[in-house]
Design a protein around this ligand. Structure first.
Ligand code: BTN
Length: 289
C-alpha cells in the first residue's frame, strides 16, 4: 500500500497551484516509461504543459541508455510535455531549469524557507537540503535522490522548429532499499529528512517553481536570470571536480554555470574551461559528487 494514499490524478490536481502547467494530468498505475508515453501523447496533440505521471514504470529510462529503477508506491515518476517556440539548441537548458525547480519544490514540500546561500561546506559535512549536481542530478549527502531525462523532437521537414520537449523526472521519495548496484549511490527524501512527504504536494510545488523559472528562462532564452540561484544550489560549486571528457580527463575547481548552462572549471594554471554537459560528466575527486 502507498504510504501517502492521497496520490493520483485528483490529489495532484487538487494540490496544483499553477497557471497553465499541469492543467492536464494523465495518471497511470503502470507504464513502460512516462517519457515514452508522453512522446505518444505529444504526437497525438497533447497540449504544452500536459503532465504524464505513473505509479510505477516497467521500462524506466535514465540518461546514457541506463535503466531507471521504478518500483511501485514509493517514488515520483513524471514527464512534462512542452511545445516551445524557441530554437532547438536552447532546449538542453530546460534540464537545468527543471533541476532548479525540483530543488525548490523539495524545499517547499519539506516546508523549508528558500535556501539561497547555505554556506559552502566540506564534502564530508551533512547538508540540511538537497542540492544540484551539475547538470541535472539532485543529490543529498552525496547520494542521488533525483534524475532528469530531457528528450526533444524537431518538426519534420521544418528546420529549426521544436515539435516537443519531454522533461522526465524520477525522484526517490520513500524508497528505503535499492538494488545492489545503487545501494551506495542512491537515497530518498524520506531517508534524508526523516519525514513523510506528500508526493502530490511535492509534484505541485515543483511545477509551481518550474512555471516561475520557465518564464524567466523564456524571456531571455538563456539561464542569465537563473544562474545565480542555480549556482547557490550547486553542490559542485567551489569544489574540486574531475571532468570525464572523451578527449581526456582533467581536474579543476568548479565555479558555477554560465548563461548557457556550461560548467566553468578553473584549471591549475588559472585558465577557465567551459564544459558542455552533452559531452562530459563530472565527478568529485572522492567519488560521485
Ligand atoms: C538519469 O539520471 O539518468 C535520468 C533519470 C530519469 C528518470 C525519469 S523517471 C520518469 C521519466 N521516465 C523515464 O523513463 N525516465 C524519466
Amino acid at each position: 500500500m502507498n504510504k501517502d494514499d492521497l496520490y493520483g490524478a485528483k490529489a495532484i490536481a487538487d494540490s496544483m497551484q499553477t497557471q497553465w502547467i499541469g492543467q492536464n494530468i494523465r495518471f497511470y498505475e503502470k507504464v513502460d516509461s512516462t517519457n515514452l508515453r508522453a512522446k505518444l501523447e505529444a504526437e497525438k496533440g497533447a497540449e504544452s504543459g500536459t503532465l504524464i505521471v505513473a505509479e510505477c514504470q516497467t521500462a524506466g529510462r535514465g540518461r546514457r541508455g541506463r535503466v531507471w529503477n521504478s518500483p511501485h508506491g514509493a517514488n515520483l515518476y513524471f514527464t512534462l510535455i512542452l511545445k516551445p517556440k524557441f530554437a532547438p539548441d536552447k532546449a538542453s537548458m530546460l534540464t537545468l531549469v527543471m533541476a532548479l525547480a525540483v530543488v525548490r519544490g523539495m524545499e517547499q514540500a519539506m516546508e523549508a524557507e528558500e535556501v539561497v546561500a547555505e554556506p559552502v561546506s566540506d564534502a564530508s559535512e551533512k547538508s540540511a537540503f538537497p542540492k544540484i549536481k551539475w547538470p541535472n542530478d539532485i543529490v543529498w549527502n552525496d547520494r542521488k535522490v533525483c534524475g532528469i531525462l530531457t528528450e526533444m523532437s524537431v518538426q519534420q521537414g521544418v528546420q529549426n522548429r521544436i515539435s516537443h520537449v519531454l522533461i522526465g523526472v524520477g525522484i526517490n521519495v520513500y524508497q528505503q532499499e535499492f538494488p545492489p548496484e545503487l545501494a551506495k549511490k542512491a537515497t530518498s527524501l524520506e531517508t534524508e529528512c526523516g519525514r513523510r512527504i506528500s508526493r502530490s504536494k511535492l509534484l505541485a510545488d515543483i511545477m509551481q517553481a518550474f512555471e516561475k523559472y520557465y518564464d524567466i528562462f523564456r524571456e531571455a532564452e538563456s539561464l542569465a536570470g537563473l544562474k545565480k540561484l542555480y549556482n547557490q544550489k550547486l553542490v559542485n560549486c567551489s569544489r574540486e571536480v574531475r571532468v570525464l571528457d572523451p578527449k581526456g580527463e582533467f581536474m579543476g575547481i568548479a565555479t558555477g554555470i554560465n548563461d548557457v548552462g556550461e560548467l566553468c572549471v578553473t584549471l591549475a594554471d588559472g585558465s577557465t574551461i567551459e564544459v558542455y554537459a552533452g559531452e562530459v560528466s563530472v565527478r568529485g575527486i572522492c567519488g560521485y559528487v
